[in-house]
Ligand binder design. Structure first.
Ligand code: NAD
Length: 491
């Protein structure tokens, strides 16, 4: 078994405590993917100090040059795409198609952010005084702590660290404990691409032992976090107390709304992909279907039939549509929602069980469908993060939108309709950061803003140009060439 190290100040180092932990393949839990450093506050401190020193020089490197290094990293990711996709499937479990999307997201983010190095634009603004110039410039925030989940194990660290680096920040990344090898491989690429020592640091370990000290560290100016609402709230409170910048992207309970004029075949295709790809372990998963009662029977019957065709298993097999759940704790959690749904009185139509036979002890769960749920039930309100889809039947467009908006999450929403006017009204009414017409709730693109409203986020957007806004501070500059004292707002 290989033991992998932290990457601090340009060196691969063991943790100070010497403690390690294992990452296992969720499709074959007896297979250890690797052994990793169980880091603590001491390692975080080493990484933050290295980042602090390196950032003083990195911020002086012209942004287009920083972009060139990121472009090299994107090219290396491209070269190793299939090898990395296979690793993601082994360590995290999703299908090779999903894993390819994960890597492609990182590649596109690298290409886009490399270009942003050439466009680190400020504004030139007319001054209210004669012979005076006013402008803004973008400057880095400083040292950024990046904390990521396991479901997008390469793309998620990449789409935070590429914009952070191109803006001149140094970073310390604490990746999810379930997918550390994906993060190690990404850092090998950063090293090879020429990111200077100390500018990007990787510290593996658990949330309380390594994540929390990163959030609490007084030399970290910003935390960029993606993960659960529960952890996000704690991070927001700690970072708020220390007056740090904090950007949070959390869960979703995303609805696909199906109006009575929808193309139902298209809607069923969308729900299958949105609800069951990555075994439903996506923040944007289509976990609720809000359907007009006039077409509900037809939609549910067709969905039920098509779910029977889904193949569950080790996703290294290209015939498999639904891979394992990430770990046994999460498998139990997903299963507990099936009992909750039954107790609440929803009708279990498909699945609802752990799958064991011939599956080598892997953490597999049958694609599950509940019908006749009511909007207040826990299965219709709480993020399950598994292959469970809940159908809510409604009467008309207005009720559909009210039900779709009726959770405290606000990440993604979709509507299926053949009528542009009805669809656009729904899109305008959705309380979500992303909205889709005739497509499921997943499928965002890297060059566009990504994020959620309500309790999904705290007002930031990742990806695209918005990421540059997150990772920079604005300095407003006044240049006076009048040769005399001019007093703004007075003279
Ligand atoms: P999680 O919140 O349990 O963990 C996320 C990260 O936070 C991990 O690296 C973990 O080690 C770390 N962490 C845990 N406790 C911490 C603490 N006290 N201080 C600092 N760091 C800590 O989430 P998860 O189970 O890894 O991921 C699933 C969640 O992520 C779901 O809720 C999903 O919706 C969400 N997610 C959101 C998006 C989005 O963009 N909105 C994208 C992907 C996943």
């Amino acid at each position: 078994m290989t033991t992998y190290l932290n990457y601090i100040d340009g060196e691969w180092r063991p943790s100070r405590s010497g403690e390690t932990f294992e990452s296992r393949n969720p499709a074959h839990p007896s297979e250890v993917v690797g052994e990793f450093q169980a880091s603590t506050g001491d390692d975080i401190d080493d990484a933050v100090q290295a980042a602090r020193r390196a950032q003083r020089e990195w911020r002086k490197v012209p942004a287009p040059k920083r972009g060139e290094i990121i472009e090299r990293a994107a090219l290396l990711l491209q070269e190793r795409k299939s090898e990395l996709a296979e690793l993601i499937t082994r360590e995290m479990g999703k299908t090779l198609v999903d894993s390819g999307y994960d890597i492609q997201g990182a590649i596109t983010s690298g290409r886009y952010m490399a270009g942003e190095g050439l466009r680190m634009f400020g504004e030139t603004v007319p001054s209210g005084l004669p012979n005076r110039m006013a402008m803004t410039r973008r400057e880095p925030v400083g040292v950024v702590g990046i904390i990521t989940p396991w479901n997008l194990p390469v793309m998620m660290p990449a789409w935070k660290l590429f914009p952070a680096l191109v803006c001149g920040n140094a970073v310390v990344v604490k990746p999810a404990e379930d997918t550390p090898l994906c993060a190690v491989r990404l850092f090998e690429i950063l090293e090879e691409a020429g990111v200077p020592p100390g500018v990007a640091n990787l510290v593996t370990g658990f949330g309380d032992a390594a994540g929390q000290p990163l959030v609490e560290h007084s030399d970290v100016e910003m935390i960029s976090f993606t993960g659960s609402q529960k952890v996000g709230r704690t991070i927001a409170a700690t970072a708020g107390q220390a007056l740090k910048h904090v950007s949070l992207e959390m869960g979703g309970k995303n609805a696909v709304v199906v109006f009575d004029d929808a193309d139902l075949d298209e809607a069923v295709d969308g729900v299958l992909w949105g609800g069951f790809s990555t075994a439903g372990q996506r923040c944007t998963a289509s976990s609720r279907v809000v359907v007009d009662h006039k077409v509900a029977d037809e939609l549910v019957n067709s969905l039920q039939k098509r779910m029977g065709e889904l193949v569950v298993g080790d996703a290294l097999d290209e015939n498999v549509n639904v891979g394992p759940i990430i770990n046994s704790r999460q498998l139990d959690r997903v299963h507990s929602y099936t009992s909750i749904g039954i107790d609440e009185g929803a009708e279990l139509l498909v699945g609802g069980e752990k799958l064991e036979e011939g599956l080598d002890g892997g953490y597999f769960y049958a694609p599950t469908l509940f019908d006749h749920a009511n909007p207040q039930m826990r299965i219709a309100q709480e993020e399950i993060f598994g292959p469970t889809v809940v159908v809510l039947r409604v009467d008309g467009d207005e009720e559909a939108i009210e039900v779709a908006n009726g959770t405290n999450y606000g990440l993604s929403a979709a509507v299926y309709s053949q009528n542009v006017g009805r669809a656009l009204s729904a899109i305008a009414e959705f309380e979500s950061g992303l909205a889709y017409l005739n497509a499921p709730t997943i499928g965002s693109e890297i060059h566009l803003p990504f994020g959620g409203v309500k309790s999904t986020g705290n007002g930031h957007r990742e990806s695209g140009k918005s990421a540059i806004e997150q990772f920079t501070e604005i300095k407003t500059v006044f240049l006076d060439y009048s040769g005399t004292l001019q007093r703004a707002e007075i003279d």
